[in-house]
Design a protein around this ligand. Structure first.
Ligand SMILES: Cc1cc2nc3c(=O)[nH]c(=O)nc-3n(C[C@H](O)[C@H](O)[C@H](O)COP(=O)(O)OP(=O)(O)OC[C@H]3O[C@@H](n4cnc5c(N)ncnc54)[C@H](O)[C@@H]3O)c2cc1C
Length: 414
């Protein structure tokens, strides 16, 4: 991996034009290096743009100490990076690019127009203006015999010279947006420990599946204002029934624990509270109220507001006898067990767990097995729930890798 060096700056290649790679590019360009960014896709930041489709949740406004508890596994190096470039710094950075942010009711932070595209546009413009060059449709394939990064390009295979390489290749979800995890065997072969990539913030299949009747009528419908309890933790929110199970924000919040429990035990059971704001005794009182000639459905709807998918899931999971037994029915409304048997495939997940092990990296995010090669973003071994934590930690590690590479170049300068 050699390139011409001069006193001003050295040649750095960054692979991956997602938020991590772009942050690394920014840090290295600021340090005066000649930065070339390569990406397999025809344009930069495709997943970042997708994230903006439902409202770009850039970061979270909660206290930093609390924020750091969301990152898993607890990793001092990652925490230090997020402390170094955390939620406040990220908001200031966006403001500097002309994108103001606001704190939503949940504490989540969004650009005022909710979109990712204006932010990415301004960012790319500033990077180009600072001399960063972009090479799209360049798929990194590892190294050639001389240790040069090699790419498949529209013009055929190509190896490049550089003094340092930053890999910011993402995880393995939504492969059609570019991050497909194909780098895992390449880095393992290069001697780096990489933990298997796993789905994070993902949906799950319910054991035994839903009945065709339920799927036909309710797949895609939300369970609104419900609570899930799992592993002693209870949260309110909403999620969606899918053709084979469940997905959505409330399920994602539990997804790491559910996934780990399924890996360990083969399945995981959470309880669903269909009326989290109504105490159990009040539910029992309403269910037990004489219903005269009314059907059970109109009774549940009239006295408790339970209808649609909430009524359907009770019918789905309870026997006829239990449905007609007030004590059993009321207990199920407050704590309906749902057993999950498998996470959905990683390609459908919001993010990936696993990745380059922290032990494989030094404090600058340089691969111990491959001096001069740095890693950043979702390809590192951490995960976090949705809520802006993913982008914040991605950008913090991108910046840390860029600054780490700049420090290393400084020290290794002849
Ligand atoms: C639907 C959805 C919504 C999301 N919403 C949010 C949100 O609101 N807030 C939040 O914090 N997070 C959100 N995320 C997560 C967030 O987008 C990711 O965590 C983040 O994009 C990771 O950044 P990264 O730079 O590490 O990887 P990526 O953004 O995945 O970028 C990696 C880049 O590397 C390139 N690449 C991969 N392999 C190669 C190769 N061999 N050669 C060349 N290039 C390669 C890819 O083409 C890609 O451009 C969302 C994710 C999804 C899927």
């Amino acid at each position: 991996m050699q390139a011409d060096q001069d006193n001003k700056g050295q040649a750095v290649a960054i692979v991956g034009a997602g938020p991590a790679g772009l942050m690394a590019a920014e840090a290295l360009a600021r340090a005066g290096h000649a930065v070339d960014v390569y990406d397999a896709m025809p344009s930069a930041g495709r997943k970042f743009l997708l994230a903006g489709r439902g409202g770009l949740n850039l970061t979270h406004s909660e206290a930093l100490d609390r924020f750091l508890t969301r990152l898993r596994p607890q990793q001092p190096a990652l925490e230090a990076m997020v402390r170094g470039f955390g939620p406040e710094a990220l908001r200031a950075w966006a403001a500097d690019l002309g994108v103001e942010t606001f704190v939503g009711t949940s504490g989540r932070v969004f650009p005022t127009d909710m979109k990712a595209a204006p932010l990415l546009r301004a960012w790319m413009h500033r990077l180009r203006a600072s001399g960063v060059r972009f090479h799209m449709r360049h798929r990194w394939q590892g190294w050639d015999a001389e240790g040069r990064p090699r790419f498949d390009t529209p013009a055929g295979p190509q190896a490049i010279d550089c003094n340092a390489l930053v890999l910011a290749l993402g995880g393995a979800s939504w492969a059609r947006l570019g991050s497909d995890g194909a780098w895992v065997p390449v880095l393992r072969e290069a001697g780096a420990e990489v933990r298997a990539l796993q789905p994070s913030n993902c949906g799950f299949d319910v054991a035994g599946g839903w009945t065709p009747f339920f799927t036909e009528r309710h797949a895609g419908h939300p369970f609104k204002s419900v609570a899930i309890e799992f592993g002693g933790v209870r949260r309110k929110g909403e999620f969606v029934a899918t053709a084979s199970g469940v997905e959505g924000s409330l399920v994602y919040a539990f997804s790491a624990d559910l996934r780990d429990a399924i890996t360990r035990d083969g399945q995981a059971t959470f309880t669903l509270d269909l009326l989290p704001d109504k105490p159990a005794d009040a539910v029992l009182r309403e269910v037990s109220h004489p219903r005269g000639s009314r059907s059970l459905s109109s009774h549940l709807k009239g006295r408790l507001g339970i209808d649609g998918i909430k009524a359907a899931v009770l019918h789905e999971r309870l026997t006829r006898e239990a449905m007609h037994d007030p004590a059993q029915l009321a207990a199920a409304i407050k704590a309906l067990p749902l057993t999950l048997c498998a996470p959905r495939p990683i390609d459908e997940a919001i993010s990936s767990a696993g990745g380059v092990a922290w032990a494989a990296l030094d404090e600058r995010l340089m691969l111990r097995a491959r001096p001069g090669v740095f890693c950043a973003g979702e390809m590192l071994d951490w995960e976090a729930p949705t809520g802006g934590y993913l982008l914040t930690a991605t950008m913090a590690t991108g910046r840390a890798a860029g600054e780490g590479a700049a420090r290393w170049l400084e020290l290794s300068r002849p």
